[in-house]
Design a protein around this ligand. Structure first.
Ligand SMILES: Cc1ncc(COP(=O)(O)O)c(C=O)c1O
Length: 454
């Protein structure tokens, strides 16, 4: 049984019910199951108002990197907010933004030299799409009015980002009349990430996917301004891990057809896949790179769209040339968020963050090997610090009936047992903060096995 909430929370929850509209939520659900009040965060744990401590097994939507309330991030926030909380970024600059580009630039691949600031993953993607389109126009490629994207991709919830996400799901299908023109390409999942892989026919599957990619670009390459992809793992699409060889092929096809390659590392960046960026594992550098989520270690909203010098050059000119990139947000380049991002990046230099990620990778393999022994678990797989599997009904081997809301129930029961997980459809995954001790992952595995067996 969950611990009861303190009595004062009943009024607060009534207030929530009366006025607050939560994200990604059919609000009727909260009539029976109100949102869980959280009063604190400490390391890899969240502290609930009922006095319980839960492991943040999904890093609060993949944002929290070094743990909640990390003293160095908190003090960077306090210091910067007291000194200069915010200033508009058009016509002004400041030290935290300059320190941030100085710290980040050497960690990026290729010739990504120009950073455009915005506030979240979706706007980082919007910026990349608009930059790609405008750069193509300004280099004389006026017919490039479409985009390319992977099936099962997710790039955020603003209309531009929705337009290059997967269309055929409940979240985006209804907006289809409003969206960008986009052609979609399917890539196979990489069985080599599975803990019990069946590699029969894999070389042929890979060769045919390569061939399919070439045919796709032959058909659509001329009309595309850019192709966008989440490198190596499509997170919201159900933790679909896809092969680095196809990312290399994607790079080659973009080059061959004059299409910019946008890599969306909003979720995969900052060590989640075991390397600082996922694209490093394929040796691929994009023309435009989107970063957010872990950029501030999960403390404040901030994002960056990095562009190559060649793209930047297409925007250069006299004020009267009309070549400027006329995009911005009120909080673009917020100094407090930049200072926290600098503190987060400093931790990568001063502490063994990527070594911890390797320990989490080992623990994740053990965890999903144990989970894979359960009859309700299929296709257990691991990439870096991310472990995932498919949940099925053990009696049929088929997906759970959506009416049973198995994932939601698992989420709520797990909270009562000290663990935050939130399956995406039939995909259950763990992506904890990079400071999580392996023993906590073992505990989480035991909790999940217990819950799956109920
Ligand atoms: C790959 C990817 N891109 C973009 C976004 C959108 O980021 P935000 O929710 O910060 O707008 C997400 C969010 O989950 C994401 O996973």
């Amino acid at each position: 049984m969950p611990s009861p909430l303190p009595p004062d929370w009943s009024d607060r929850l009534a207030l929530d019910r009366a006025h607050v509209w939560h994200p990604f939520t059919q609000m009727k659900v909260h009539e029976a199951d109100p949102p869980m009040p959280v009063i604190g965060g400490e390391g890899c744990d969240l502290l609930l108002a009922n006095g319980e401590r839960v492991l943040d097994g999904i890093s609060s939507w993949w944002t929290c990197l070094h743990g909640h309330g990390h003293p160095r991030l908190v003090s960077a926030l306090e210091r910067q907010a007291a000194r200069l909380d915010h200033v508009m970024f058009a016509g002004f600059t400041h030290e935290p933004a300059l320190e941030l580009v100085t710290r980040l630039r050497p960690k990026l691949p290729g010739n990504l030299t120009r950073a455009f600031f915005s506030d979240n993953g979706s706007t980082a993607v919007e910026v990349a799409l608009k930059m790609a389109f405008q750069a193509q126009l300004q280099r004389g490629e006026k017919g490039r009015i479409r985009f390319g994207a992977l099936r099962s991709g997710y790039h955020g919830d603003t209309l531009g980002a929705v337009g290059v996400g997967e269309l055929e799901n409940f979240m985006t299908g209804l907006f289809s009349p409003l969206l960008l023109a986009c052609d979609r390409l399917e890539v196979p999942e990489d069985p080599r990430c599975e803990l019990h892989p069946d590699l029969t026919g894999w070389p042929e599957t890979l060769a045919s996917a390569r061939q399919g990619m070439r045919a796709f670009f032959d058909a659509h390459g001329e009309r595309m301004a850019a192709f966008i992809a989440e490198p190596l793992i499509q997170c919201a699409g159900g933790m679909r891990m896809w092969p680095p060889e196809l990312l290399q092929e994607l790079r080659a096809q973009c080059d061959a057809h004059g299409v910019y390659l946008i890599l969306d590392e909003v979720a995969t960046g900052f060590g989640r896949t075991g390397t600082f960026l996922a694209c490093e594992q394929a040796g691929v550098a994009p023309d435009l790179l989107c970063l957010s989520k872990g950029l501030t270690g999960g403390t404040l909203p901030l994002s960056l769209t990095w562009a190559t010098e060649a793209i930047y050059a297409h925007f250069w000119g006299e004020p009267s040339s009309g070549r400027a990139f006329l995009h911005g947000h009120s909080y673009t380049g917020n100094p407090t968020a930049c200072a926290v991002a600098c503190a987060s990046l400093a931790l990568f230099d001063d502490e063994p963050v990527l070594a911890n990620a390797r320990d989490i990778h080992t623990a994740m393999k053990e965890a999903f090997t144990a989970l894979a022994a359960h009859p309700g678990v299929r296709q257990a797989r691991v990439l870096g610090t991310i472990g995932a599997c498919r949940l099925v009904d053990p009696s049929t081997g088929q997906a759970h009936d959506p009416e049973s809301r198995f994932g939601w129930r698992l989420h709520r029961r797990a909270l009562d047992q000290g663990l935050l997980v939130r399956p995406i459809g039939d995909c259950m995954y763990l992506m904890p903060p990079l400071c999580t001790p392996p023993a906590r992952i073992r505990e989480a595995t035991e909790t999940l096995l217990k819950l799956l067996s109920r």
